[in-house]
Design a protein around this ligand. Structure first.
Ligand code: XMP
Length: 512
């Protein structure tokens, strides 16, 4: 991020979507850099490339004693500033306005009534849908500020101080639910900060290959290949960088998708990859026996993976472990200073402290759709690039309660049915993930004129662009009915099927 390119700085107050702001700016071809919330104004002032500053959202209230620290002198640098959610409240609070702890916060999609369609809201129209996620509200503006738009609960949902070039929005323009969000961010970046684009949108194949070469030099590496797009892309890029110094290891945990091992063999048969397949089913089921807590499951799985990789690394004389970790894995594992731990993605929070290998994650700053674009640039088979996402801990986090081989097989079988029924419909393309979840409770049913007392399965079918937010798929009832009938007919252990109609947030896509 060094050099002489125009840059937008994002100060990170710990919001789940902070990095997404940076990604949206990257999409405009403009460089952006995420810095800690307490970055000194003097540090920013020293860098003439910085054309604007965005204050991100965050989980705290400006009134909290443990609110993230901020150097208020940043507001007087004369640079254009945009506050988002917490940032919007913080600017108002520090400039003499009033922020009230919200008894009536807003969560979800709201209608924004635009009273002054200028500045950040230029060309947005009179009314548009915006996505809100806040408790506190700005109730009084500081002197010199004017309201640009409101919602039912936030009379000051967007403001401007044109003299000081300071702007705020209570909603999140960076999430795709905010219909005109990209336009609003572009209004700020292009028309207010006048930052110039400096890179093409074309993906960073060369940059990553060069970085990988420089990082590993002549040393050997192993990569955990899961069959998912992230590790496949990482494997291909790193193998282009260091060739035969790389060994790919696929661990069959017994928790993988249906016929995954065959798929891996077929997909990578033609790639010039040194591929090793390890059967570790017994090790994983033994490690998980009796465990019901979701975080403990993830940590056990993460540790088992790493121990296996360490064993294989010794055999391959490798010093490096490469992972296909992407940005959303890291943010949900609470890796930035103020973000909270939603769930420990097995390949992030699950890594043991005494890892005996050096870790390299070439995709660490990218989002899923960016990785997909990268895969297309690399001309990977359509089967890989359009594949549904699958969580690293596998079906263990789709079996609530104890993970037994029988329950895992039930989920696998039901997921196959769901996919069979959806694949040839027009809905398939829009679906991010479609799977079944096993619940460790039982309910009464009637099957073949007899009472049954068996487990229910949950159908979880969601649409998403970037995994940060998601909506449940509004599928027609006849499709859901076909899936339900097939599951209760074909799977003996199940007598009830329910459909999960929760979006993310408040739920996550997975149940654990
Ligand atoms: P959630 O459940 O957090 O999932 O809404 C977002 C996306 O991430 C996947 N996921 C994981 N992927 N390791 C992974 O590699 C994990 O521990 C993990 N947990 C969730 C999930 O399948 C969804 O696509």
């Amino acid at each position: 991020m060094k050099g002489t390119h125009d840059t937008i700085v994002i100060l990170d107050f710990g919001g789940q979507y902070c990095h997404l702001i940076s990604r949206r700016i990257r999409d405009m071809g403009v460089l952006s850099e995420v810095l800690p919330s307490d970055t000194k104004a003097s540090v920013i002032a020293q860098n003439p490339n910085i054309k604007g500053i965005i204050l991100s959202g965050g989980a705290r209230s400006v009134h909290d004693s443990n609110a993230p620290k901020f150097d208020a002198k940043v507001l007087n640098l004369g640079l254009p500033i945009l506050g988002i959610c917490y940032g919007h409240q913080l600017i108002a609070h520090l400039s003499g306005g009033k922020v009230v702890r919200g008894a009536s916060g807003e969560y979800g999609l709201m209608n924004l009534a635009v009273s002054k369609g200028q500045h950040t809201l230029a060309k947005v129209g009179k009314s548009t849908k915006v996505w809100m996620n806040h408790g506190d509200v700005v109730t009084k503006l500081p002197a010199g500020f004017e309201v640009l738009a409101s919602t039912e609960h936030s009379k000051i949902a967007a403001y401007a101080n044109t003299k000081k070039k300071i702007f705020g929005v209570q909603f999140h323009p960076e999430v795709t639910h905010t219909k005109k969000g990209s336009l609003m961010l572009a209004n700020f970046v292009k028309n207010i900060t006048h930052a110039k684009p400096s890179r093409s949108k074309a993906f960073l194949v060369d940059e990553i290959i060069t970085e990988a070469k420089m990082t590993m030099g002549k040393e050997r590496a192993i990569i955990g290949l899961s069959g998912g797009i992230d590790s496949s892309v990482a494997a291909l890029l790193v193998s282009r960088a260091i060739g035969k110094q790389l060994t790919a290891v696929y661990v069959d945990t017994g928790l993988m998708r249906d016929r995954e091992t065959e798929y891996i063999k077929k997909m990578f048969a033609r790639a010039k990859l040194d591929l090793k397949i390890i059967d570790a089913k017994k090790e994983f089921f033994a490690g998980l026996a009796g465990v019901t807590d979701p975080e403990t499951k993830r940590k056990i799985i993460g540790t088992l993976f790493v121990r296996i990789f360490e064993r294989e690394a010794i055999k391959a004389k490798a010093q490096w472990l490469i992972q296909g970790t992407i940005y959303s894995d890291r943010i949900e594992s609470g890796l930035t200073k103020h973000s909270s731990n939603i769930k420990s993605h097995h390949n992030v929070g699950g890594l043991p402290k005494d890892l005996k290998l050096k870790l390299y994650e070439p995709l660490r700053d990218l989002y899923k759709d960016e990785v997909r674009a990268l895969a297309r640039t690399l001309k990977m088979p359509l089967e890989i690039t359009t594949r549904q996402v699958f969580p690293g801990p596998g079906l263990a986090i789709r079996v609530l309660g104890e993970v037994t081989p029988e329950a895992v097989e039930t989920v696998r079988h039901a997921t196959r049915i769901i996919e069979d029924e959806l694949r040839n419909t027009k809905y398939w393309k829009k679906i991010w993930m479609s799977f079944a979840v096993f619940l460790p409770v039982r309910s009464v049913g009637i099957q073949g004129d007899e009472r049954s007392y068996k487990h229910p399965l949950v159908l979880r079918i969601v649409e998403s662009d970037d995994a940060m937010t998601a909506n449940f798929a509004k599928l027609p009832f006849p499709i859901l009915e076909r899936i339900s009938t097939r599951i209760t007919n074909e799977i003996k252990a199940v007598n009830r099927v329910v459909y999960d109609i929760t979006n993310k947030p408040p739920a996550t896509m997975e149940w654990e």
